[in-house]
Ligand binder design. Structure first.
Ligand code: ADP
Ligand code: MG
Length: 349
C-alpha cells in the first residue's frame, strides 16, 4: 500500500491568459483508502490526477509515493494507473487486447497474460468478454474494461476520473459497489475525481474539496455535513439553512432572538449560524425554540419537506414521513434550533 503526498503542488497553463489550474495543494492521501477529489467543474481535479499519474508535470511543488519523489519517474514506472473519464479504449482492439495492453508492453508470457485477463474480467464482472470489441459494449461495460486494463498491471495507486458521473442512474450503484469491492479486496490506494458531492460521500473514506484550484477542506464525509469550514462549503454540500448573527461567548444574537451555542473555535463578532434541514425540531419547544408558520410542504415518501417562515426568515425543514399527517400548511408552531445541531461559520462577502 502506497501513501501519496502532494507538497505545495501547482500547475499553470500558459496561453493568452495564464490559467492557474492547481495552486499550492498540500494533501496526505491515506494509504489503502479511497480519497475523493471533489469540486465544481474546472476546479483542477483532472489536472491534479494527471500530475499524480505522471501525465502532466507540475509547475511547482512535489509528489511523493511513500516519501520518495516520483517527479522524475515516467508514468509507466510510477505504479499508478489512471482510468479516464471517457475510457479511452483502443477501438480497433478486442476487449482482451485492450485489457492485456500493459502486460504485453512488459513482454509477459502469453499464456500467463491470457490467464490474468480472464481473472481480471471476472473481477470486473465481464467474464468471457475477451473477443468483443469496445463498440459492442455499453458505456458501463466499456468503463469496466478500462478499469480492468488499469488493474491488470497491479498498480499501487488507482486513479479514477469521474468513474460514476457518466453512467445512467441504474448503473451507478453497480459501479460504486464494484469499485468498493475491488478496493477493499486489493487494498489499493484509490483516488477518484468527482463533481458530485453525493458520490464522494458514499464512496470515499476522505474527501478533498477544491474550489478554483485550491484545497478548501480535507475531512471525512460526515464532517462536511456537520462541520463545514465555510459558507461556500456548506452551500456546495447543499440544503443548509443559514442565519446571520453576532456571536458573543456562548450566545449568538440573530433576527429571531438570542441562540445558545456550544463552544466552538470561532471568534466573537459576525457569524453565520448553519443548521441542516433534518436537524430542526419541527413543533419542538425548549432551548433555542423560535416561532414559525408552515408555508408549504412536499411529501416525498421517505420524509416530508416543509418550508416554514419565522420572522423575515424562511427555513427548509426535513421531518419524518408521518409528519405530513401531524402538521398542516398555515399552522403556527415552534422550531427548535438545538445547540448541538448548530454550527457557526465565518461570513463571506
Ligand atoms: P476539473 O477536472 O476539475 O473539471 P481541470 O483540471 O480539467 O478541471 O481544469 C482546471 C482548469 O485548467 C480549467 O480552467 C481548465 O480550462 C484548465 N485547463 C486544463 N487543462 C488545460 C490545458 N491543457 N491547457 C490550458 N488550460 C487547461
Ligand atoms: Mg475533470
Amino acid at each position: 500500500m502506497t501513501q501519496v503526498k502532494l507538497h505545495g503542488l501547482s500547475k499553470s497553463f500558459a496561453g493568452k491568459e495564464q490559467v492557474n489550474a492547481v495552486q499550492d495543494l498540500n494533501l496526505e492521501i491515506d494509504s489503502g483508502k479511497i480519497t475523493a477529489l471533489l469540486g465544481p467543474s474546472g476546479c483542477g481535479k483532472t489536472t491534479t490526477l494527471k500530475m499524480i499519474a505522471g501525465l502532466l508535470q507540475p509547475t511547482a511543488g512535489d509528489i511523493t509515493f511513500d516519501g520518495k519523489s516520483v517527479l522524475g519517474t515516467p508514468p509507466e514506472r510510477r505504479g499508478a494507473a489512471m482510468v479516464f473519464q471517457n475510457y479511452l479504449l483502443f477501438p480497433y482492439m478486442s476487449v482482451g487486447d485492450n485489457v492485456s495492453f500493459g502486460l504485453r508492453m512488459r513482454h509477459m508470457d502469453k499464456e500467463l497474460i491470457r490467464k490474468k485477463v480472464a481473472e481480471i474480467l471476472e473481477l470486473v464482472k465481464l467474464p468471457g468478454y475477451e473477443e468483443r470489441r469496445p463498440k459492442q459494449l455499453s458505456g458501463g461495460q466499456q468503463q469496466r474494461v478500462a478499469l480492468a486494463r488499469a488493474l491488470i498491471i497491479e498498480p499501487e495507486v488507482l486513479l479514477l476520473d469521474e468513474p460514476i458521473s457518466n453512467l445512467d442512474a441504474h448503473l451507478r450503484d453497480e459501479m460504486r459497489d464494484l469499485i468498493l469491492t475491488i478496493q477493499r479486496q486489493t487494498g489499493i490506494t484509490t483516488i477518484f475525481v468527482t463533481h458530485d458531492q453525493e458520490e464522494a460521500v458514499v464512496l470515499a473514506d476522505r474527501i478533498a474539496l477544491m474550489f478554483h484550484g485550491r484545497l478548501q477542506q480535507f475531512d471525512s464525509p460526515n464532517t462536511f455535513y456537520e462541520r463545514p469550514a465555510s459558507v461556500s462549503i456548506a452551500r456546495f454540500f447543499g440544503g443548509v439553512n443559514f442565519l446571520p448573527g453576532v456571536k458573543r461567548g456562548a450566545q449568538v444574537q440573530t433576527a429571531l432572538g438570542l441562540l445558545n451555542v456550544n463552544l466552538q473555535e470561532i471568534a466573537d463578532g459576525p457569524v453565520v449560524v448553519t443548521i441542516r434541514p433534518e436537524n430542526i425540531g419541527l413543533g419542538n419547544d425548549g432551548e433555542n425554540a423560535v416561532p414559525g408558520r408552515i408555508l408549504s410542504h412536499v411529501y416525498v415518501g421517505t420524509h416530508t419537506r416543509f418550508r416554514v417562515r419565522s420572522g423575515e426568515h424562511e427555513f427548509e425543514i426535513v421531518a419524518d414521513a408521518a409528519s405530513v399527517e401531524r402538521f398542516r400548511d398555515g399552522q403556527t408552531l415552534s422550531l427548535q434550533l438545538s445547540r448541538d445541531r448548530i454550527w457557526l461559520v465565518t461570513p463571506e462577502d
